[in-house]
Design a protein around this ligand. Structure first.
Ligand SMILES: [Zn+2]
Length: 390
């Protein structure tokens, strides 16, 4: 059960606190609420600068008699364009009558997650990545293993190309998707949470490798408080929900990428075998499937997730590229593979050097059938080997 404490940042704080029921001795919700709200205030200034006009919302999802609490802390936004709420999972521990509070992304969050009885084994593993010791996968590794967040085989409109979580802010972490059957599905397996106090509109799924995805404006969404989801699990329908603020014109999902507890640019990452590329302004940009380019506003066919040991052939113009019997053009041509095709990498080795869309490289990939393709004519999400050296 979710208990929501709505506390305004700033002048209304005292009035809201008085309106609440008196707290129980040593463990009152007001104590926890005001402590989490105080922490939110440290994030509120930056939010204010983005015109969010934030109000603090502390949603307690779980609490233990032994003095632990877990939930979401949200800065709601005004109902205007270019405003979106900000939210963090939090953990709190009561010690000698005071609450120690940690948000996702703070080192204490990872530490407390290993101690709390409120997190299960899966959450301890995921939350352990969401603190100061988070591995920096962004260092040249753009593999997400994610599909587009709807049924494989459907085409939905990328109504908005890469843009900020709040719209024109950076990084351009988000895309807007609409159409199809309107059923929004998890892009990859993970653990799901509803972020808004009323449980509506906004779901965050924490994945492996430090990634998370946010889904906003959902209608008829599932209830999720640490719910294990698979790739393709139904999360909700596209909608116009603005329970935690912001605005939505027409039913869609505002789909955002996070890594190590912060929004990150989607550009260079892959969903459903489409590599996103941001434009010069918010909502512009395009997606590439091999050499096939779809601009913002166009329809993206969901090819399904590209596995972490797979690549997409990108001949940098279309057509086919040769398969060779070894890692270089001195080896025999033993076939070809078409632009846009998916291949699985067994291992990689250096050979002759070639230049494609993504640059010049001497790397070659040995495919699962034993033939080789130059890494210059593929997108794998890394410039180095994705499945080890041969
Ligand atoms: Zn959006």
């Amino acid at each position: 059960m979710t208990r929501t404490l709505r506390l305004s940042i700033g002048g209304l704080l005292a009035a809201c606190l008085t309106a609440m029921a008196p707290p129980a001795a040593h463990a009152g919700p007001a104590d926890l609420g005001s402590t989490v709200t105080a922490r939110l205030q440290t994030y509120a200034k930056a939010a204010d600068q983005r015109g969010l006009a934030p109000t603090a919302q502390v949603n307690v999802l779980r609490q233990s008699a032994s003095g632990w609490a877990f939930g979401s802390a949200v800065l709601t936004a005004s109902h205007t364009e270019d405003a979106h709420p900000l939210g963090w999972l939090f953990l709190a521990r009561r010690d000698a009558g005071t609450w120690q509070v940690a948000f996702e992304g703070e080192p204490a969050f990872a530490r407390l997650s290993q101690q709390t009885p409120l997190a299960d084994t899966t959450e301890k593993r995921l939350f352990g990545q969401l603190g100061g010791n988070a591995p920096a996968f962004a260092g040249g590794d753009y593999r997400t293993g994610m599909r587009l967040p709807f049924a494989v085989g459907q085409s939905w409109y990328m109504a908005g190309g890469p843009h900020g979580w709040a719209g024109s802010d950076t990084p351009y972490s988000s895309i807007d998707l609409s159409g199809g059957d309107g059923r929004v599905l998890a892009a990859r397996a993970g653990t799901a949470y509803t972020m808004c106090g009323n449980g509506k509109g906004w779901i965050r799924v924490i994945h492996d490798r430090g990634y998370a995805t946010d889904y906003y404006h959902l209608f008829n969404n599932i209830a999720a408080n640490g719910l294990a989801v698979s790739e393709g699990t139904f999360l909700g329908n596209t909608g116009t929900d603005v329970s935690c603020g912001g605005s939505a014109n027409g039913a869609h999902v505002h789909f955002a990428l996070r890594q190590n507890s912060a929004y990150v640019a989607v550009s260079g990452h892959n969903y459903g075998k489409w590599v996103l590329s941001q434009g010069g302004s918010a909502y512009a940009g395009y997606a590439l499937h091999g050499s096939t380019q779809v601009n913002a506003g166009g329809a993206l066919y969901n090819y399904g997730a590209l596995a972490l040991n797979q690549g997409i052939v990108d001949t940098f113009g279309g057509g086919t590229v040769n398969r060779r019997s070894g890692p270089g053009t001195g080896y025999a041509v033993v076939g070809s593979i078409a632009d846009g095709a998916t291949f699985t990498v067994a291992c990689s080795a250096n050979g002759t050097s070639h230049t494609g869309r993504w640059g010049t490289t001497a790397l070659w990939n040995r495919m699962s059938d034993g033939t080789w393709i130059s890494d210059a004519f593929a997108w794998t999400g890394m410039s180095g080997p994705i499945n080890g050296w041969c």
